[in-house]
Design a binder for this molecule. Structure first.
Ligand code: ADE
Ligand code: ZN
Length: 314
């Protein structure tokens, strides 16, 4: 198993149908169906929004710190089997606040599970871009009492029509708090989203970024500055950002000398964890052991762990 770091993983996207049903029963939350086959049949998406609709609809089953603990523990156990040594995990606090769950329970559950796993872990708080910059600033304000529990901020949810620039001020506040800054950009949105995430938000890492390849000048910049790009191959196929894995731009990105790595995004929804992504790259794209090893090494170069820790993994 190739040791790797997973840098693009939404903990809410690890909610497998079995746990969805279990948590719904535990918390008395009604589901349209508890039939696992019927639930799985819904995991067929036409684009990012069709996925987000189901992802958000499932999240009211998460209510207590124990629920977040169980979800995170299950992911970390699976990730360990996938070779993950380091995980920098996203969460969407605005969803849980909207569902009436106190932030303290979310932090307590997720970081409690971190403490009981051999995987090196840290947490990144994502703002929902479709709720706008005011809501993001309010979320950061509510999260600051838990400042020591997370290392950075990110930007996710519906991309097209919600560009990075309006979030400049909240990203500045995050930087002033010593937080790392990452952002989803260039998943469905064009190269200009990637450029603005770098220039306007000061993003240190770009999540997805695959549409950057449409702009040769941007590609040159990403190479020169060695900006990490957290690519999610099975996600891109599931959300029809690419038609087939065989058409994926990842090999071209590697050839261009970009600092790309492989991640699972929302593995419960997209057909696999990070080891499944590596296996698909080998099987469907014919990537070689050398290429896969480079992708894994890149993931450690791209992570926010201290250099001494990184050296031990590589
Ligand atoms: N939230 C969870 N997964 C996401 C993705 N792939 N893109 C944008 N927002 C998300
Ligand atoms: Zn994502």
């Amino acid at each position: 198993m190739l040791p790797t770091a997973e840098l693009h993983l939404h903990i809410e996207g690890t909610l497998e149908p079995e746990m969805l049903v279990e948590l719904a029963a535990r918390n008395g939350v009604a589901l349209a169906t508890s039939d696992l086959d019927e639930l799985r049949a819904k995991y067929d998406f036409s684009d990012l929004q069709s996925f987000l609709d189901l992802y958000y609809a499932n999240l009211p089953v998460l209510r207590t710190d124990q629920d977040f603990y169980d979800l995170t523990s299950a992911y970390l156990a699976r990730a360990e089997r996938a070779g993950v040594r380091r995980a920098e995990i996203f969460f969407d606090p605005q969803v849980h606040l909207g569902n009436g769950v106190p932030l303290g329970a979310v932090f307590e559950g997720i970081t409690g599970a971190f403490q009981n796993s051999p995987v090196s872990t840290d947490l990144i708080l994502c703002f929902l871009r479709d709720l706008g910059p005011g809501a993001a600033a309010e979320t950061l304000r509510k999260a600051l009492p838990f400042r020591e529990r997370f290392i950075g901020v990110g930007l996710d949810s519906a991309e097209v029509g919600h560009p990075p620039a309006p979030f400049a001020e909240v990203y500045q506040q995050a930087a002033a708090e010593g937080l790392h800054r990452v952002a989803h950009a260039g998943e469905e949105g064009g190269p200009e989203y990637v450029r603005d995430a770098l220039d306007v938000l000061g993003a240190e890492r770009i999540d997805h970024g695959i549409r950057a390849v449409e702009d040769p000048e941007l590609v040159a910049r990403l190479r020169d500055e060695q900006v990490p790009l957290t690519v999610c191959p099975l996600s891109n196929v599931a959300l029809r950002v690419v038609d087939r894995l065989a058409d994926h731009v990842l090999p071209a990105m590697l050839r261009e000398g970009l600092l790309v790595c492989v991640n699972s995004d929302d593995p419960a929804y997209f057909g696999g964890y990070v080891d499944d992504n590596f296996a698909a790259l080998r099987g469907d794209l014919g990537m070689t052991d050398e290429q896969l090893a480079l992708l894994a090494r890149n993931s450690f170069d791209a992570c926010f762990a201290p250099d001494e820790e990184k050296a031990a993994w590589k």
